[in-house]
Design a protein. Structure first.
Length: 468
């Protein structure tokens, strides 16, 4: 898919073809009158007038009495347009941008997705913000009685692919156009929740970009809001192990699975920060840090071990005035467990341990509450790690393609603590951290940030022995 300027020549701007039985004299006169109007007024024909739509009128479906091509609005589509209009009128344009809507036609004319199945969302909603950035939202109102929950639902998860495309366009072309999508379910919440396992709150549905007709008036702002700034910065600028993991939380489907993924990301976040800290630690300072890495890795490292590693390195980093990244890690004050980053980290570690040992949360309500609190703490942690956006990870040509941190004038290798390899389990290129080290057998178990897959590496084991 590519972005292009929308003009009046686009196939979505098609003329209406209206067919009426020859015996319906009054209707024929109405249609003739409509064809001669230039003000968009449909007269007595059923229609919706919405001044933000890029053409007028929007004719409504009238069953067998009148045949309209392109098809007239169905009731679910009409409800969406009316809810959008009502919100814009009530907000008096205070949504922060100019709003436009266009009916998206079907195959051959409209904008579609999925070559195999052909998905043409009913509407394209544009928001142009004061800073010049834009958002284009593909909106599909329809019944969902036959829809499966994600991740087995490409239509629901279209928004994830569109976010990837937005990031690619921003990175390659420098175009700040955020692409998004929403499904508006005509199937009632209670019915769809039962079908999807009975554990979905309305907020969980909204996070998966599924809204409902009966509370659409309260959810319209989601369609109009600009992209979350933290999510945008993480996606575009943070190191891949963190960016990919944070975005995975958006993709998680079942709320029960989301909580587990949140805690896995929390551990990966600590693993990444500790691995970077070890890479920055100078050889002459390793004894001062007092690290016993063989012991920590002997049976598989824990989140608490990662925190301790960061804390010990951080104390040494107080004297690393010449390395801004080390200074920033020191300023996190991860050992201060009563405030800030340190307090959030210790809370996440306890939650991870409780979940691992089946100490809760229990039931859908507890799970939903725990998930929301966990996400809040993860967001604060990621905001505190904003400095990592200035230090991207690169892959060195040659020398085995080892990874390094870009510190501006210098490059710091992060091998053997973080490495990249082709995963034999899934075949994808993944990024790994050291999860365990068997010094007797001479092998290190590596775990991927992306999927948690593991591989054994004698080479990393040898490199760790050399570092210690």
């Amino acid at each position: 898919m590519v972005l292009d300027e929308l003009t009046g020549e686009h196939p979505n701007f098609s003329d209406y073809a209206v067919k009426v039985k020859g015996s319906e004299k009054d209707l024929i006169e109405e249609v003739r009158d409509l064809a001669g109007r230039v003000d968009g007024d449909a007269g007595d024909l059923p229609h919706v007038f919405f001044d933000r739509h890029l053409y007028q009128p929007l004719l409504k479906d009238r069953g067998d009495e009148i045949k309209v091509s392109p098809p007239g609005l169905e009731p679910s589509e009409e409800k969406f347009v009316e809810a959008l209009e009502r919100h814009l009128n009530e907000s008096n344009g205070h949504d922060g941008g100019k709003v436009f809507l266009l009916r998206n036609l079907s195959r051959g004319k409209g904008v579609g997705f999925f070559n195999t199945a052909g998905f043409y969302p009913d509407f394209i909603l544009w928001v142009k913000y004061a800073d010049g950035s834009q958002k284009a939202v593909f909106v599909e109102p329809h019944g969902m009685r036959n829809d499966n929950p994600p991740p087995k639902n490409d239509k629901v998860e279209l928004y994830l692919a569109l976010k990837d495309l937005s990031d690619r366009l921003a990175g390659e072309e420098g175009r700040e156009v955020f692409l998004d999508s929403y499904i508006i379910s005509a199937t009632p919440y209670s019915e769809l929740n039962d079908k999807w396992g009975g554990v979905w709150t309305r907020d969980h549905f909204a996070r998966k970009h599924v809204l409902f007709e009966d509370d659409l008036h309260t959810r319209i702002p989601l369609l109009l809001a600009p992209r979350d700034e933290l999510e945008r910065r993480v996606s575009l600028h943070y190191p891949r192990p963190l960016a990919h993991g944070f975005r995975t939380l958006v993709a998680a489907g079942d709320p029960r699975g989301l909580y587990g993924e949140q805690l896995r990301f929390a551990e990966n976040m600590l693993a990444f920060l500790a691995s970077v800290s070890l890479a920055l630690l100078r050889k002459e300072d390793r004894d001062e840090a007092g690290l016993d890495l063989k012991k920590k890795w002997s049976g598989g490292i824990s989140p608490g071990d990662w925190k301790d590693t960061i804390q010990r390195c951080s104390k040494v980093f107080a004297n690393y005035k010449d390395i801004p990244l080390a200074t920033a890690i020191h300023r996190l004050k991860i050992g201060a467990e009563q405030r800030g980053f340190g307090r959030d980290v210790i809370w996440l570690i306890r939650a991870k341990n409780d979940f691992k040992h089946d100490r809760g949360p229990n039931g859908p309500d507890e799970m939903a509450k725990a998930s929301e609190e966990t996400q809040e703490k993860l967001r604060r942690c990621m905001e505190a790690l904003d400095f990592l956006a200035d230090h991207p990870i690169r892959q060195k040509d040659g020398a085995g393609g080892h990874l390094f941190l870009n510190l501006g004038d210098t490059r710091v290798p992060i091998y053997p603590f973080i490495t990249s390899a082709r995963c034999p389990q899934c075949g994808d290129a993944e990024t790994y951290f050291v999860d365990a080290w068997d010094t007797r057998r001479g092998t290190a178990r590596l775990k991927s940030f992306e999927k948690g897959h593991t591989i054994d590496s004698p080479e990393v084991s040898e490199a760790l022995a050399g570092w210690i």
